[in-house]
Design a protein around this ligand. Structure first.
Ligand code: ADP
Length: 447
């Protein structure tokens, strides 16, 4: 028995909840209208059994039950049609007119418009005004006034001050409630806009936060790398200096140690210079000296210092530079630094064959390509070589001489000039690094 009662109670709760929420596909603007159906059922169920207790004259009692029957039929009809044709109810006029007639009938049965029962009309008008605004609520008010007018005509009474006051206050109440509704809607729209803006700002903030986190991470790993790279030459300088201090017999060994110390000091200086270059460029503190550059002369200067080194290494050097190139604008020292770095790398990673430097003008771009026939770079490493401290290739034969920052600096310098540094390479066959510089941008800088 208890179990059945519990089951019945659970079912009842589910049914009431489902009835209150309405069908899933009901437009949200009709939610309130749907809930009024439930409210009408409660009214009908409460008023129906209570009517005989009101000591109404028989004809009034019959009238009241007739209204309840009409209200029941009306509620069933609305419930069916609101699901089938929600568009009919969207404006609110359909239910407003029917509710008005129902209320007029209730007032008539309850004692007429001059009875206290007519206060119900204010409540109903406010509720319609808050739901649908000026149109339907004004229509309802006019129906109520007309209802009272007809009552007066049927009773052969002249319109009195009470009628005028009631009608006037009904109109004022309607207008005020409708105005309040319009203010509420405006506030709601403003709140919605503000909420959307806040959501947008929050999303931007989340992106900025993520960027800051990754920047912080990059900085930490950069510092760790720098410290690691600094420690290696410092350790050998210190170790050899200490040995040297206690070792004064063989001069040739002393010299060998001093040479190691000098080489390590040079490596240290290179590293510090490279770190300074990277941090200055990436923090926007680099002191760029932009000027008009004669590219033919710049390349000539690079090759003059480079040719003896290539000869010494027993490599061929091929140079292809047009006799005339459009002048470009940029930092000549920095561009020279890039070409030097690429030529040095080419030499470092080529044991025999050819190193070539080719310059060409293609549409609005100047292409400066440094190629070699050296070890080449595996496809999986070609992106990585531009990252800080990345030295790729055969790690078994030891780390190549260098800091792993050269290509990062080259890429940043070329990016400052509005260009790109590209790489094509085949392992075992060689690499080509191509600097692409826009002529238009450099001319603009010069203007
Ligand atoms: P590093 O100063 O150590 O040379 P870079 O940034 O200039 O640093 O170069 C990074 C890495 O890219 C090198 O250690 C090497 O592994 C690879 N690399 C650069 N240039 C070449 C090249 N011409 N041929 C083969 N590998 C190269």
């Amino acid at each position: 028995m208890l179990r059945h009662t519990r089951l019945l109670w659970a079912w009842l709760k589910r049914a009431i909840r489902a009835e209150w929420q309405g069908p899933a596909d009901l437009p949200s603007s009709l939610t309130m209208e749907w809930r009024l159906i439930a409210a009408r059922w409660v009214g009908i169920l409460v008023v129906g059994p209570a009517l005989p207790l009101l000591n109404l004259p028989l004809d009034h009692l019959a009238g009241a039950y007739a209204i309840l029957v009409f209200a029941t039929a009306y509620n069933v009809t609305i419930r069916l049609w609101m699901q089938r044709r929600p568009d009919l109810f969207a404006s609110g006029y359909a239910t407003t007119v029917c509710d008005s007639l129902l209320n007029i009938a209730m007032v008539c049965i309850g004692g007429g418009f001059s009875s206290p029962f007519s206060y119900i009309l204010f409540t109903v008008t406010i509720s319609v005004a808050m739901r649908y605004g000026y149109g339907p609520s004004t229509a309802m008010t006019l129906l109520f006034i007309a209802g009272e007018g007809v009552e007066k005509i049927l009773a052969r009474q002249a319109p009195d001050a009470a009628f005028a006051f009631r009608s006037g206050f009904l109109v004022i109440t309607t207008l005020l409630a409708s105005y309040l509704r319009s203010l509420t809607i405006k506030a709601e729209v403003a709140l919605h806009d503000r909420l959307q803006e806040l959501q947008r700002l929050y999303a931007d903030l989340a992106v900025a936060h993520q960027e800051l986190l990754s920047l912080d991470e990059a900085k930490t790993s950069f510092l760790a790398n720098v410290s690691h790279e600094l420690r290696t030459p410092l350790t050998s300088i210190r170790a050899f200096s200490e040995i040297l201090l206690s070792y004064n017999d063989d001069e040739s060994v002393q010299r060998e140690f001093l040479e190691i110390i000098t080489a390590e000091s040079e490596r240290l200086t290179r590293l510090v210079n490279d770190v300074l270059d990277v941090t200055k460029i990436e923090s926007g503190q680099m002191d760029w000296r932009d000027e008009r550059i004669d590219l033919v002369a710049l390349v000539d200067q690079c090759t003059r210092t480079f040719t003896p080194l290539v000869d010494h290494a027993g490599l061929d050097f091929r140079l292809e530079v047009p006799s005339c190139l459009p002048p470009i604008t940029g930092d000549a020292d920095r561009l020279q630094q890039v070409i030097h770095n690429l030529l040095n790398n080419a030499m470092k990673f080529t044991s025999d064959g050819t190193i070539a430097l080719r310059v060409a003008e293609l549409a609005d771009w100047i292409h400066i390509a440094v190629s070699d026939t050296g070890v080449g770079i595996a496809p999986g490493d070609q992106q990585r070589v531009f990252d800080k401290f990345q030295q790729v290739g055969d790690t078994l034969t030891g780390k190549p001489k260098g800091t792993g920052l050269g290509l990062t600096i080259c890429r940043d310098i070329i990016a400052y000039h509005g260009g790109q540094l590209m790489l094509e390479s085949q392992p075992g066959q060689g690499s080509t690094f191509t600097i692409v510089l826009p002529i238009a941008r450099t001319e603009r800088l010069a203007a």
